[in-house]
Design a protein. Structure first.
Lengths: 247, 237, 274
């Protein structure tokens, strides 16, 4: 299986998109002939505003139907079964107007888990996210960082094989960002495939195993992180890393 | 108005001494209206929520119709219910005319549009906020209804109070279907109407003050539940 | 969460059924009557004796005569007690009622403002008085609701040769309301009005108004009682209804009517069987 520039990638990608197209009012918002994701570590998607990063994420998660093209997961077309094995964290967390514990309980109940088991799992998750002791607190009264951690915990409660994150730390201070990144890395280490959009090149360096650079709706470059940051192969990549405005 | 202060003293004297006649009327008013709101909520809330999350041709028209029904004239509803429940009417065999049940039915019909329309509004704006996240979590449109209803519970509480206000203040419909029969279907509003027609205006006014006071008490009690919950649900900046 | 909703719905249903059950007892009759018998306090005063003697609860629906007759035609009452003799007789002739009996009478009076713009105070000729009211175009509040009082009023206008429908909206104001409400409106606009004496005496809002014309033999106001025909409506409680009629037209009921006073005045005069 060949990647966009002919370089050898994976024999069995977790996610792949083919001829994905979205256009609105005559302009092309997304145009990806081929992209395959599934390396052992997190995939970070970089690019300027309007490059189509969030759109690509939402297409892969099945939230937005593309005008053309297909999305594959583990070799099968994206359907409800596949989506059930995914989860997503949004830029601004949308927490239910209930307690912290109830937000997690909501997910566990839908999985049909019994009461005692749910309590134990909620406690374990909150512990991992550093939110123990806030079980009864109203979720909407959490700080920005805490809320995002809860959103991630809730996504993890769904037991996803693939976790999408759309700029989860863009509104957070460094301490909160660090806590969130730690959570993401732990999930990745346990085997959850991470696909994350970010604005922050530093974050991409910290977390990324492979980098996807997007520009004007197209994939400009897709490479291993080490290679990308050391020496980007494309002019777009070089321009982006040097800090120039990519128009 | 003659004997104004005297009548007021009489009326408030009735409350203080716990006059059984007056308390029977008050209790019947509360029983009828509270039951009516409860039943209307069980019917109206699911309708409003379903309307909010569904998309079908003509949806806009149904929403406009629902909003318009909030202005249904009570006396018209009373007449329609009377025609249904009359012995010569289709539901005459149920023998519901001139009973509290008939009054509850009339008030339910009046309150359902209010609760349904306000529920639709609340759920629709919540839906806009939640829809992506719920879809991401794999919640179907149908399954999202109870989630949205519970999360919108504070605004829906206000809808219930609006419905209660309409029910407890209602006189046109209940007087037609209830008959204002002493000890059977006489409630606060119909008593006030009767006293007014007897020319006992000050007494009617005093009873009106009592009615407002009771409605205020019920509203305050329910709102306090809402306010204490609201303190938990603060939005972070 | 779902269980809570189910529970609440079950409770609501249970309450509704319970509310219906409370009223399901059969020991009652429904009497369709007029606002004058209600507002004067007569029924509240004499019914308890009947209920104590027979154990039958009497539920009175007090509306305008026209509505009472219509309700009885629909079968929504067991007994009809109104004061519009020709309408009552038509009711029986058309088969809606079994038979009509006299019960009691009082009289109509013409009330009006102390200022008395038409100058009819102290008179005892109702037709002449109304003629003057029309001539001076003084405000007049009419029931306008097809009630017994309204029908009587229209008879007097006809005797005076006046067509009030032309004047409707100017000095002739049709309230379309019950007697008490019409009296309130008359007091509010300083208008003349025809009322039965009982309602007037019992009325609490008499400021600036008094009886101006009374005593005319034509002002006689007869009340009649009719059992709704069980042949037309099978569910009518004919036995209990007849018991009530017998009681009201019998010695006990008649003396109860005579014994009812308000402000020291007798409001209704029994005349059953005369």
């Amino acid at each position: 299986m060949r990647d966009w520039d002919g370089a050898e990638m994976l024999t069995q990608p977790r996610m792949a998109v083919e001829n994905l197209r979205i256009g609105r009012n005559g302009s092309t918002l997304l145009d990806v002939p081929y992209l395959a994701l599934g390396g052992p570590g997190p995939t970070l998607i970089l690019g300027p505003n309007g490059a189509g990063k969030s759109l690509l994420l939402r297409c892969m998660h099945g939230l937005i139907p593309p005008d053309g093209g297909t999305v594959w997961q583990d070799g099968a077309l994206l359907g409800e079964d596949q989506r059930a094995r995914q989860a997503m964290v949004f830029q601004t967390p949308v927490l239910l107007r209930r307690s912290v514990a109830a937000n997690l309980d909501f997910v566990f109940r839908r999985q049909g888990i019994r009461w005692r088991s749910r309590k134990a799992r909620i406690a374990a998750l909150l512990d991992e996210g550093g939110l123990s002791g806030k079980q009864r607190q109203a979720a909407r009264s959490l700080s920005g960082g805490e809320a995002q951690r809860l959103a991630i915990l809730r996504a993890l409660a769904c037991n996803p094989e693939i976790l999408f994150l759309d700029e989860p730390t863009s509104a957070l201070d460094p301490a909160a960002t660090q806590a969130v990144e730690a959570l993401i890395l732990r999930a990745s280490a346990r085997g959850t495939r991470i696909v994350m959009v970010t604005h922050d090149v530093g974050q991409a360096r910290r977390l990324g195993h492979d980098i996807v650079l997007m520009q004007a709706g197209k994939v400009a470059e897709h490479a291993q992180a080490a290679d990308f940051f050391a020496a980007p192969r494309t002019a777009a990549g070089r321009a982006y890393l040097s800090g120039a405005l990519v128009i | 108005m003659q004997g104004f202060s005297e009548e007021f003293r009489t009326a408030f004297g009735l409350i203080v001494t716990g006059d059984p006649g007056l308390w029977d009327i008050v209790l019947l008013s509360l029983k009828v209206s509270l039951l009516a709101v409860l039943i209307a909520a069980c019917i109206g809330m699911p309708i409003g929520a379903a309307l909010a999350v569904s998309r079908f041709p003509g949806r806009r028209f149904v929403i406009i119709l629902l909003n318009a029904l909030m202005g249904l004239p009570p006396v018209v509803v009373g007449l329609l219910v009377y025609l249904m429940l009359s012995r010569s009417g289709p539901l005459g065999v149920l023998q519901l005319l001139y009973t509290p049940a008939a009054m509850i039915i009339a008030q339910v019909l009046l309150v359902i549009p209010i609760i349904a329309a306000l529920t639709r509004q609340t759920v629709e704006s919540l839906d806009a906020e939640y829809t992506e996240q719920l879809r991401s979590l794999g919640v179907s449109r149908l399954a999202s209804i109870p989630v949205l209803l519970w999360d919108g519970r504070l605004a829906l509480l206000t809808a219930l109070l609006a419905g209660f206000g309409r029910a407890i203040a209602e006189v046109g419909a209940v007087i037609v279907v209830g008959g204002n029969i002493n000890h059977v279907t006489r409630v606060m509003t119909t008593t006030i109407a009767l006293e007014t027609s007897k020319g006992n205006l000050a007494l009617a006014l005093a009873l009106g003050a009592i009615l407002v006071g009771i409605a205020f008490l019920v509203t305050a009690l329910v709102s306090m539940i809402g306010i204490s919950r609201e303190r938990e649900v603060l939005y972070h900046a | 969460m779902k269980k809570r909703w189910l529970l609440a719905a079950a409770v609501a249903l249970g309450c509704a059924v319970g509310a219906g059950q409370i009223q399901a007892k059969d020991g009652f009759i429904v009497v369709q009557s007029t606002t004058s018998t209600q507002n004067s306090g007569l029924l509240d005063a004499i019914l308890p004796s009947f209920e104590a003697a027979t154990g039958i609860e009497v539920r009175v629906v007090a509306v305008g005569t026209g509505q009472a007759i219509r309700n009885a035609m629909n079968g929504d009452g067991d007994v009809l007690l109104v004061h519009a003799k020709s309408a009552e007789e038509a009711f029986v002739v058309e088969g809606w009622g079994v038979a009509r009996l006299d019960v009691m009478y009082n009289d109509f009076v013409l009330i009006g403002p102390d200022a008395d713009p038409a100058g009819i105070g102290g008179g005892n000729d109702i037709v002449a008085a109304l003629y003057l009211v029309a001539a001076t175009q003084a405000p007049f509040a009419s029931r306008g609701d097809d009630s017994g009082t309204h029908k009587a009023e229209l008879r007097y206008w006809m005797s005076a040769g006046i067509d009030v429908s032309e004047a409707s909206g100017s000095w002739y104001r049709e309230t379309g309301a019950g007697m008490g409400a019409t009296l309130n409106i008359a007091a509010g606009m300083g208008a003349y009005a025809l009322t039965d004496r009982a309602t007037w005496i019992a009325h609490g809002n008499k400021d600036g108004m008094r009886v101006l014309v009374e005593g005319d033999r034509r002002l006689f106001n007869q009340y009649g009682i009719i059992l709704v025909n069980p042949a037309r409506h099978a569910h009518v409680k004919a036995d209990a209804g007849q018991q009530f009629i017998d009681w009201l037209t019998g010695a006990e009921g008649q003396s109860a009517i005579a014994g009812y006073r308000l402000n020291g005045q007798q409001l209704f005069f029994p005349n059953a069987g005369h």
